[in-house]
Design a protein around this ligand. Structure first.
Ligand code: BYC
Length: 474
C-alpha cells in the first residue's frame, strides 16, 4: 500500500532515507511553483473528481473523490520488486537485474530517464489552456486527470534521478522544471513536445497518438535490466491506459457526431458539414496525418547506434521482450528498413540491433492501425464511404531516413515544390485550424451538456451518470 501520511506519498520506504527525502522535499516546492505557473490555466480552486492511486496492485489501485489539483497527492509508486528478476537481453542476459546503476552506463541511463521525464511536464504545458474551452464537464475532468498523472510521471523520473544519480541527477531534476514546451531558448527535448496543442481535436489526437508512443517507450523501458526503472515504468503504464482511452474515445465521439449530422442533413461536402457546426472528416484526416507523422518521429532514427547500445547493454528492451522467441542478443539478426533511393522508396535489410527504433515504431504502427480501423467502423455503420487512413511512414518526417525528403501520404517521392503545393490538402491549414478554433471559443460546463461538435460518451467515469458534476466550480 502507499503511505499517504508522508509529505511525499510513496511505497519505497522513503522515510528510511533521510537525505533522499530531504532532497525530494526540496524539489517539491519547485514542482508546485511549476504547477501553479504551467499547470492547467485557472484551475487551482476547482474541485475535480479525480482518481488517486492507493495501491500498486493491479486490482483496486484507484480511489475516486473531489480534489483541488494543487492538493493532488503526487508521489512515488513502484511496482513491487521481484527478487528473482534477471536482465533478459543483451550481453548481461541472465545476470540478476541491477538494483543500482552500473557505473559504466550511468550517463546513458541518466539521458534516457531525462528524455522520458521531459515529456511529462511538456504535455501539461502543451494542454494548459484547453480547460478554458472544454466541450463538457466530463471532458474537463478527463484532461485534468491526464494532467495530474503526467505530473506524477514526472515525479517518477525525478525519484530515479535523485535516488540513483546524486548531484547531477538533482541538477537534471531541476532542469526538468526549467525547460518549456515551444520555448525558443530552452525548449523541451523531443520535437512533438514543442508543438502546440491548440484545440480539443489536437488534444484527442495527441492522447491517441503521442501518449501511445509513451506506452511503447515505457514498455521498452519496463524491460530494462535496471530494475527500479523497470518497476516504475510498469506502474506508469497502468496510468497511461486511461490517457489513450481519452484520445481514442474523444476522436470516436467527434466522428460519431459528424456522421449523425451528415446523415440527418444528408450532406457530404466539407463546407456544408462545417456550416452545421461539426468537424468535417477531411479535417479529421489532416489532423491525423500531422499527429501520426510527428509522433513516429519520436521513435528516433531508423538506424541508431544509440538504440543498439541501449539494447546490447541491457538498458532498454523491445516491446514485449520476454514474449519474443529468439536469442535476445540479435548479434546476427537483420531487420527491414525503408529508405529513399532516387525517386523510389526501397527496403534494405540492416542489422536488427541498429534497427531497434524502427522495430518499435512498426510495433506501434500496428497497434495504431487497430484504432483507425475501429474509427472507420463508425463511418461504415453510418453508411458513409469516407475512411480515415494512416499516411505512409515517410510522410512529413523530420527524423530518420525520410528526413529531408518530400513524401506524399501515398508514399510517392515528390519534389519539395510539389509537396508544398499540396501541403494544405494533407495537413491542417491555417484556415482549418481557425475553423476548429471557432468551435471551441467558450466552455461547456453545465452537467450533462456537450458541445455540438462531439457526441456524449457511452458511459460516465467510475459508473457515475453523464450529468454528474465532474468538476465543481463553487
Ligand atoms: N525530436 O539515434 P537517434 C511519453 C535526437 S512519450 C528531437 O535517432 P535514439 C509521453 C536524440 O535524442 C515517450 N530530437 O535516437 C507521451 C539524439 O540526440 P543526442 C518518451 C530527437 O537516441 C505523451 C539524436 O536525435 N520517452 O512518454 O536512438 C504525454 C539522434 O538520435 C528526436 C522516450 O522517448 C525527436 N523526435 O532514440 C506524456 C524514451 N528523436 O542524444 C508523455 C526515452 C531523436 O544525440 N528516449 N532525437 O543529443 C529514448 O529512448 C531515445 O532518446 C529516443 C531517441 C527513442 C527518443
Amino acid at each position: 500500500m502507499i503511505d499517504y501520511t508522508e509529505k511525499i506519498p510513496n511505497n519505497v520506504d522513503l522515510g528510511r532515507d533521510r537525505v533522499l527525502q530531504r532532497a525530494l522535499e526540496h524539489w517539491q516546492p519547485a514542482y508546485m511553483n511549476w504547477w501553479y505557473d504551467m499547470g492547467p490555466s485557472e484551475s487551482h480552486a476547482l474541485e475535480v473528481y479525480l482518481r488517486t492511486a492507493t495501491s500498486v496492485e493491479p486490482d483496486g489501485w484507484a480511489q475516486f473523490g473531489y480534489v483541488r489539483m494543487p492538493e493532488y497527492r503526487w508521489g512515488i509508486f513502484l511496482q513491487p520488486r521481484d527478487a528473482a528478476r534477471q536482465v533478459n537481453f543483451g550481453v548481461h542476459k541472465g545476470q540478476p537485474a541491477w538494483q543500482e546503476v552500473p557505473g559504466e552506463y550511468r550517463s546513458t541511463l541518466r539521458r534516457v530517464i531525462v528524455t522520458q521525464g521531459d515529456t511529462e511536464p511538456a504535455s501539461v504545458e502543451q494542454q494548459r489552456l484547453l480547460g478554458m474551452c472544454c466541450p463538457s464537464l466530463y471532458d474537463l475532468r478527463n484532461i485534468f486527470q491526464v494532467n495530474v498523472e503526467e505530473g506524477r510521471h514526472l515525479w517518477a523520473m525525478v525519484y530515479l534521478l535523485h535516488r540513483y544519480f546524486g548531484r547531477d541527477g538533482r541538477e537534471e531534476a531541476e532542469a526538468l522544471l526549467e525547460r518549456r514546451s515551444g520555448d525558443a531558448d530552452n525548449p523541451r527535448i523531443l520535437g512533438a513536445f514543442n508543438e502546440p496543442t491548440p484545440d480539443w481535436l489536437a488534444f484527442y489526437m495527441f492522447t491517441f497518438f503521442t501518449d501511445r508512443d509513451g506506452k511503447f517507450q515505457l514498455c521498452a523501458l519496463a524491460e530494462s535490466g535496471f530494475d527500479p526503472l523497470a518497476r516504475t515504468c510498469r506502474f506508469m503504464l497502468t496510468e497511461e491506459a486511461h490517457h489513450m482511452f481519452v484520445g481514442e474515445t474523444g476522436i470516436s465521439r467527434i466522428l460519431q457526431r459528424t456522421c449523425e449530422v451528415m446523415q440527418e442533413h444528408k450532406v457530404e461536402n466539407a463546407s456544408d458539414v462545417r456550416a452545421l457546426g461539426v468537424i468535417d472528416l477531411q479535417t479529421m484526416q489532416k489532423y491525423l496525418n500531422f499527429h501520426f507523422s510527428v509522433t513516429i518521429d519520436l521513435f528516433g532514427s531508423d538506424a541508431s547506434s544509440n538504440a543498439a547500445s541501449y539494447y546490447t547493454t541491457g538498458l532498454k528492451g523491445r516491446y514485449e521482450e520476454t514474449k519474443i522467441d529468439d536469442d535476445h542478443m540479435l548479434q546476427n539478426a537483420e531487420y527491414p528498413v525503408l529508405e529513399v533511393s532516387g525517386n523510389k522508396i526501397i527496403t534494405r535489410h540492416v542489422s536488427a540491433l541498429t534497427a531497434l527504433n524502427e522495430r518499435l515504431r512498426d510495433d506501434y504502427i500496428a497497434e495504431i492501425q487497430g484504432g483507425v480501423d475501429r474509427w472507420n467502423k463508425i463511418m461504415e455503420q453510418a453508411g458513409i464511404s469516407f475512411r480515415l487512413r494512416l499516411p505512409h511512414k515517410g510522410f512529413h518526417r523530420a527524423i530518420g531516413n525520410f528526413a529531408g525528403h518530400s513524401i506524399s501520404p501515398e508514399g510517392e517521392v515528390l519534389t519539395k515544390e510539389a509537396w508544398e503545393n499540396n501541403r494544405d490538402k494533407w495537413m491542417p491549414s491555417a484556415a482549418d485550424q481557425k475553423f476548429v478554433q471557432s468551435l471551441m471559443t467558450g466552455r461547456v460546463i453545465e452537467p450533462g451538456k456537450f458541445a455540438n461538435w462531439i457526441a456524449p460518451p457511452i458511459r460516465g467515469v467510475n459508473r457515475q451518470p453523464l450529468n454528474f458534476e465532474y468538476v465543481r466550480f463553487n
